[in-house]
Design a protein around this ligand. Structure first.
Ligand code: ADP
Ligand code: MG
Ligand code: MG
Length: 906
């Protein structure tokens, strides 16, 4: 039998932080901290491998595992000088879940396991603290009944009938009766009364008594931890985050330490730096006389860790730095040690038992995109990390978040916020308010932008949080559930806006005297924690000077080129600002849609509706100057850089006039009747236009169109050359399926080339000639296509459409169910399908380069800006990816990180 149990404690450990796959993040880092000599209570971790075994074996434990657990428990007992289940010196443990990747609040943990009538007197004698013992017991009963007896058994109570809520209500009623504000005011008698009441309700609810046998408690808790991997919350979170089911959770069993032993005990959570801004300041929250999740749960407003953590909501509360300066100093020391060791910002959990500090968890902390950027630069400047590490510190998605809009400060200046809370998630957002996660999802599906307003969020709300543009809560601190989840996603979020009076039932919200109803619009500034009524102006957030510097570091490691999809001088300039090294897709048809398109479109219509070649040529001659002008204007901005110009792509009927006025205009120009215009237009209708008369097929039927376009391109280049500029046009033929099409296109090109060269008196005009690969047949015949071209550009939108047979325009109808049934993992139009479409790409690149070693290969289309697809293109040896200007930084980062990864794996 494989080894399933790994111990830690007393300055040694069997695992370390590199083993998160096996031990889960929590177990691996507890082992690492233990090895670092930090004060970690001893314990052991049952591996994620065993989690899979456990489910395979129908939730049972093989004898060998029981023996391993017993042996490990004995080691803990020896270190602690206590014994599990012993009446005189009882050891209590916690059973904690932990996956390879943190899933905040999605799985379960049980504390104070091993406490029961048999061990209570011994613990009271040992600690001399009866209150604490009964407080721990009532917590155990509450957690155990919820996690082990209800959730793990898949009992699904109706709303409000959950055991956790039933027990909490009993406690609340008692507090109300006695006039207590906080549960710390409960007396020993109250607590022991509560425990008995709890047990009665548990028996009534489940038909089984609360188990007062330590052995049963231990194995029950371990099993519940494993089962929580397949809990409802965890399943839905995994789906959103794309975490595979096979990973499993580990279960860490460790000796309890107690933050609820009175005024010199406490519990807290902290970040080694500010996770919202990245500032190099220790940042956290704590509560005196409290245990475990009290800080995150939001029942009591947590105290600030230090001066740097003080804000409007907690500044009246004392900090740990003030209350226990010595322990604070010790914790500060731990913070520095951990940062030096991990060379990153960490998120830590600690407990203070009678002024003694214990570390209970550490992990690399989630942060906003802005914080990730600022930290990476600061750590680089402090020589904590090198440039390469720096370049890996932002995920492409975080860059996306950085490029998101912020509320225009000028607009904010002029507007008074209606509410204020803690700045938990970055950036600005506008949306209509809704009050439940279900409504958020519903409205989102209807295409509406929403702000989810909740008292506080819990893991059941994640799908609604995902659907919302922003999250706003009345309760909770910077480490509350809403804050953690939103920050992880880079979503705008404000928590603890205590002036909100939310009435979920009535779907309304009161602030001061004013009532807001579901559907009212709010603007949130998540970076400052300000809420405004109505919608405010928004701005682009790239002005951070660290951003430009970061991108220049990133580019040092990037080997693959990046280009943009652009067809106007303005977009070309934006592309250059965002780091484009060329244009990978200039869509010639854009000149008929965009600004100043009136005249060219009119001429194009005239051409399309012509009935003879002569008529057509006349219209084309009129159109030609516009084509040359537009192409030249963009090539001038890109002077010295390649510009790939795609010949006309869409089917002609897309340009046909439908309005009466426009129809008359064309009719007049052609000297025909309007009814004839309509008739000719109808003649162009196709029942399957995506596979119809489009792309180079137009060039085969109307070679004069291709001729005019190529002439425009080469004349633009010739003019620039004569003006001493450096044009680099690349002529790209779209929608091809056979090399013979390219031979034809090349023939037209050569003819035009000679004419233009002569008329401009030039010896030579530099250009490349290539094709899109977007039809499966073209990929399969890549070796033939390569013979007659200089480059391939994979048009993965069409290639995906035709490989799947999924219409790009109609697939939304069934894409949802296909994802739900897991027939596909993700929308192939967003993330390249490596398994299927990828084969055509691989084949195309390999075959093409066999014939032509230096064949240039690129990609254009949506996938060029998708990080996973960019990485794939890198692996396949692409020369460049091309995407829209605003996704360029993401493509640059993804390409650099792919190169760093490849070098590491070499
Ligand atoms: P989560 O993954 O949801 O954060 P944890 O396993 O970290 O769950 O446990 C929840 C809380 O219980 C933590 O805040 C931690 O501080 C506390 N806790 C866990 N184990 C112990 C222990 N052995 N002694 C004291 N507190 C503990
Ligand atoms: Mg934790
Ligand atoms: Mg296409």
């Amino acid at each position: 039998m494989a080894k399933f149990v790994y111990t830690f404690g007393n300055g040694i450990a069997e695992g370390d932080s590199s083993q998160t796959n096996l031990l889960g993040g929590k177990g691996a880092n507890l082992a690492e901290m233990s090895k670092l000599g930090l004060p970690v209570p001893p314990g052991f971790t049952i591996t994620t491998d065993f989690c899979n075994e456990y489910f395979k074996n129908g939730g049972t434990y093989p004898e060998s595992v029981v023996a391993e657990v017993e042996k490990a428990l004995k080691e803990v007992e020896e270190i602690m000088d206590l014994k599990y289940g012993d009446p005189d010196a009882p050891l209590l443990v916690s059973c904690r879940s932990g996956a390879r990747q943190s899933m905040p609040g999605m799985m379960e943990t049980v504390l104070n396991v091993g406490l029961c009538p048999a061990t209570i007197p011994g613990l009271i004698k040992k600690t001399g603290n009866e209150w604490f013992v009964y407080d721990a017991y009532r917590r155990l009963i509450m957690m155990y009944s919820d996690v082990v007896m209800e959730k793990a058994e898949e009992v699904e109570p109706t709303d409000g009938q959950e055991i956790r809520i039933k027990l909490e209500n009993i406690m609340e009623d008692l507090k109300l009766d006695k006039g207590y504000e906080s549960e710390t005011e409960l007396t020993v008698d109250d607590l022991s009364f509560l425990c008995e009441e709890f047990k009665k309700v548990i028996l009534e609810t489940f038909g089984t008594p609360f188990p007062d046998d330590p052995k049963e408690q231990l194995w029950g808790s371990i099993g519940a931890v494993f089962k929580s991997w397949h809990g409802k919350k965890a399943n839905s979170y995994r789906k959103i985050e794309g975490i595979p089911d096979e990973w499993g959770t580990a279960c860490t069993v460790m000796s309890m330490v107690f933050g609820n032993m009175g005024d010199t005990s406490a519990t807290g959570v902290a970040f080694t730096r500010n996770p919202a801004t990245g500032e190099d300041k220790f940042y956290g929250e704590w509560l005196v006389n409290a245990q475990g999740e009290d800080v995150v749960a939001g029942y009591r407003t947590p105290n600030p860790l230090n001066d740097d953590t003080k804000n409007d909501q907690n500044k009246h509360l004392s900090s740990l730095q003030q209350m226990m300066p010595k322990v604070y100093e010790e914790l500060y020391d731990v913070r520095n040690k951990l940062e030096q060791h991990y060379k990153d910002m960490l998120d830590i959990e600690f407990t203070i038992q009678e002024e003694k500090l214990f570390m209970l968890q550490c992990r690399v902390g989630k942060r906003t995109g802005a914080a990730a950027l600022n930290m990476a630069i600061e750590m680089l400047d402090n020589n904590l990390i090198d440039e390469k590490t720096c370049a890996t510190r932002l995920k492409p998605a975080q860059l996306d978040e950085l490029l998101h809009p912020i509320v225009n400060p000028e607009a904010e200046e002029k507007t008074d916020p209606v509410a204020k809370g803690l700045p938990a998630g970055p950036g600005g957002a506008i949306g209509r308010i809704v009050f439940t996660a279900e409504d958020a999802v519903k409205w989102y599906k209807e295409g509406k932008e929403v702000v989810l307003v909740r008292e506080e969020t819990n893991p059941e709300d994640v799908e609604g949080m995902r659907a919302a543009n922003a999250i706003l809560t009345a309760k909770g601190g910077m480490t509350s559930h809403a804050a953690l989840v939103a920050r992880g996603w880079g979503k705008c979020c404000i928590v603890g806006a205590s002036m909100l009076e939310i009435n979920t039932q009535a779907k309304e919200l009161k602030i001061g005297g004013k009532v807001y109803k579901e559907g009212d619009t709010f603007t949130l500034n998540g970076t400052r924690g300000l809420v405004y009524e109505g919608s405010l102006d928004m701005l682009d957030a790239t002005e951070n000077p660290n951003f430009k510097r970061y991108m220049s570091i990133v580019d040092k490691f990037r080997t693959m080129g990046v280009r943009s999809n652009a067809e106007t001088p303005k977009d070309a300039k934006t592309s250059l600002d965002h780091g484009a090294e060329g244009i990978g897709l200039f869509r010639t048809e854009h000149m008929f849609y965009g600004e100043d398109a009136e005249q060219p479109l009119f001429l194009l219509r005239k051409m399309i509706l012509s009935s003879t070649e002569d008529e057509r040529r006349m219209a084309l001659d009129e159109l030609a100057p516009y084509v040359k002008r537009d192409i030249k204007a963009t090539m001038e901005v890109m002077n010295g850089l390649p510009v790939t110009i795609r010949l006309l792509d869409p089917p002609l009927h897309e340009f046909i006039p439908h309005g009466k006025e426009k129809q008359e205009e064309v009719a007049k120009a052609l000297g025909i009747d309007v009814s004839e215009v309509i008739r000719r237009g109808e003649g162009l209708q196709e029942s399957n236009p995506m596979m119809g008369h489009r792309g180079f097929r137009l060039g085969v039927t109307y070679p004069e169109i291709t001729e005019m376009q190529i002439k425009g391109i080469l004349e633009a280049a010739a003019e620039m050359t004569r003006e001493g500029k450096n044009p680099k046009p690349e002529i790209m033929v779209p929608v091809t399926c056979d090399a013979k099409e390219l031979v034809l296109a090349r023939k037209i090109t050569d003819k035009v080339y000679n004419l233009v060269k002569e008329s401009y008196g030039l010896d030579n005009i530099d250009f490349l000639f290539g094709t899109m690969i977007e039809i499966p047949r073209a990929a399969l015949l890549a070796h033939e296509m390569a013979e007659v071209t200089d480059f391939f550009s994979f048009g993965t939108n069409d290639l995906t459409q035709m490989t799947y047979g999924f219409s790009r325009d109609d697939s939304d109808v069934f894409m949802g169910p296909y994802l739900d049934y897991e027939i596909i993992d993700s929308d192939p139009f967003q993330t390249l399908d490596q398994k299927g479409v990828g084969q055509l790409i691989t084949y195309g690149v390999e075959r093409g380069r066999q014939v032509k070693k230096d064949l240039k290969v690129g990609i254009c289309g949506e996938h060029g800006g998708d990080p996973a697809s960019v990485e794939y293109c890198f692996e396949k040896g692409f020369d460049y990816v091309s995407c829209s200007a605003f996704r360029l930084p993401i493509a640059r980062l993804a390409a650099a990180q792919a190169a760093i990864k490849a070098e590491k794996n070499k």
